[in-house]
Design a protein around this ligand. Structure first.
Ligand code: GDD
Ligand code: MG
Length: 361
C-alpha cells in the first residue's frame, strides 16, 4: 500500500520567539488554522489510509502530538531517541514501512510547510506515487524558484521523460530526469541556478517504493543500511529499543539531501504548482499571512493601532494592545515572555539574536 512518512523534528531559531522553549517548528500555529503538523497529517491522509500515516519525531514531539488532539494512531508515532538528521529519520521510518509492507510505496513529507492548493498537491502526489512504482526511482517534487534562496536544495531538470498515462492527476505536471542535485548552494551559485532557468527548488517531498529506497541507502550509506536491516528485523521484538538506540548512538547527523539525493543517480523530478511555502523567516510568514488575509477578506489585527506607521507586521499571542507610532517596515512579535522588534529586511538574522540570548543564559 501507500504510506505517508512525516518528519517532525529540529528547531527553528529564525521564528523566535514563537518557536521558543524548544517548541518544534511543525507545532507552530502561524496562521490560526492549526499547527503545521496537523495540516500535514490531514494532507497525508488524503493520499494514504489513516492507518498508513506515520510520523517520525522525538519523545517530546510524541507528547506534543498526543496532547494536541491531532488524530493519529499512537502506534504510528515512531520515536527517535535524538534528532540525527533526515537521513537517519527516514531510514528508521522506511524500516517500519518495509516491516508492514515490503512492496509499500512511501511518500516522505516534511511537516514545516504551508500548501495553499491542496487539490493540486494531491494530484502531484498521486502522479509521484505512480511514477515511483513505474520508474523504480526516487521521485522528488520540485518547485519553480522565485528568488536565489540559499536555504533550499536545487534540482536541475534534464530530459523530459515520457508519461504514458498521466491522466487527470498529471495535468500541468512534468517528469524530468535529474542532472544535478545541489543542497543549499552559496548565493553566487544560487543566482547562477536561477538564471539558467532549468533548476527547481527541492520541496523536500519525495516518493519511492521501499525497495528502491533501501537500495539507495545500500549504495550511498552502507553502514546506515546495515543498521536499517537490523532495525527492520528487531521491530516488534524485545530487542527493538536496544537496536534503535545502537543505531542512534553512532549515526552522524546527515540530511537525506546531502547523503542520498546528491549522490544517487537514481532520481527523477516531478514539477508542478501547488502554492508551496517553507516559511523560514518572519518576513516570509508576514508575506504569507498577508496573502491569506487578502484572500479571506480580513483586514487588520484587532488591538493594533498605527500612527504615521506603515507596512508593519504584528503578531501578539501575548494579548497586549499594541501601538506603533512613526516607525515603519517592522516585524513585531509579542509573546507573554519575549518580544521581537525586527526590521523586515533583517528577519533572516533572528537566529543570531537567539544565539546571543543563549550565551547570556
Ligand atoms: N524526526 C526528525 N528527525 N525530523 C527531522 C529531523 C530529525 O532529525 N531533522 C529535520 N526533520 C524534519 C523537520 O521538522 C522538517 O519537517 C523536515 O524534516 C526538513 O528539515 P529542515 O531542517 O526543515 O530542512 P530544511 O528546510 O533546512 O531543508 C530541507 O527542506 C527544504 C525545503 O523546505 C531540504 O530538503 C532542502 O533541500 C529543501 O529545499
Ligand atoms: Mg524546513
Amino acid at each position: 500500500g501507500v504510506y505517508s512518512l512525516i518528519m517532525a523534528g529540529g528547531t527553528e531559531r529564525e521564528l523566535w520567539p514563537m518557536s521558543r522553549s524548544g517548541m518544534l517548528k511543525p507545532f507552530l500555529d502561524l496562521f490560526g488554522d492549526g499547527p503545521m503538523i496537523q495540516n500535514t497529517i490531514r494532507r497525508a491522509a488524503r493520499i494514504a489510509r489513516m492507518e498508513h500515516v506515520l510520523v517520525v519525531t522525538d519523545g517530546r514531539g510524541r507528547d506534543m502530538l498526543l496532547a494536541s488532539g491531532v488524530i493519529i494512531d499512537p502506534e504510528n508515532i515512531i520515536v527517535e531517541p535524538y534528532a540525527r538528521g533526515t537521513a537517519t529519520c527516514i531510514a528508521l521510518g522506511a524500516a517500519h514501512v518495509r516491516k508492514r509492507d515490503p512492496d509499500g510505496v512511501l511518500v516522505v513529507m516534511p511537516s514545516d510547510h504551508v500548501i495553499l492548493d491542496e487539490d493540486a498537491f494531491q494530484g502531484i502526489l498521486h502522479a509521484a506515487i505512480g511514477e515511483a512504482r513505474r520508474m523504480e526511482s526516487l521521485v522528488t517534487i520540485g518547485i519553480r524558484p522565485k528568488s536565489p534562496e540559499i536555504v533550499y536544495g536545487y534540482i536541475q531538470a534534464g530530459e523530459v521523460l515520457e508519461r504514458p498515462d498521466a491522466g487527470d492527476e498529471g495535468k500541468g505536471v512534468t517528469l524530468y530526469r535529474v542532472r544535478i542535485f545541489a543542497e543549499k548552494p552559496d548565493l553566487a551559485t544560487a543566482i547562477r541556478f536561477l538564471e539558467s532557468r532549468d533548476f527547481y527548488w527541492n520541496s523536500g517531498i519525495f516518493a519511492a517504493d521501499v525497495e528502491t529506497l533501501f537500495e539507495a541507502y545500500r549504495r550511498c550509506l552502507p553502514d546506515l543500511y546495515r543498521d536499517m536491516l537490523s532495525v527492520h528485523d528487531a521491530i516488534g521484538t524485545r530487542k527493538e529499543e536496544l537496536v534503535v538506540s545502537a543505531l542512534y548512538s553512532w549515526s552522524h547527523p546527515a540530511s537525506i539531501d546531502m547523503a542520498i539525493m546528491e549522490k544517487t543517480g537514481d532520481i527523477v523530478l516531478l514539477t508542478g504548482e501547488f502554492g508551496w511555502h517553507d516559511p523560514g523567516s518572519w518576513d516570509e510568514v508576514a508575506a504569507l499571512i498577508t496573502e491569506r488575509t487578502v484572500f479571506s477578506g480580513e483586514v487588520g489585527v484587532p488591538g493594533v493601532v498605527a500612527v504615521g506607521a506603515e507596512n508593519n507586521f504584528v503578531i501578539k499571542p501575548g494579548g497586549k494592545v499594541v501601538a506603533v507610532v512613526g516607525a515603519s517596515e517592522l516585524i513585531i512579535i509579542d509573546t507573554p515572555d519575549a518580544l521581537l522588534v525586527c526590521g523586515r529586511e533583517a528577519s533572516y538574522r533572528v537566529g543570531e539574536a537567539v544565539h546571543l540570548l543563549r550565551r547570556e543564559g
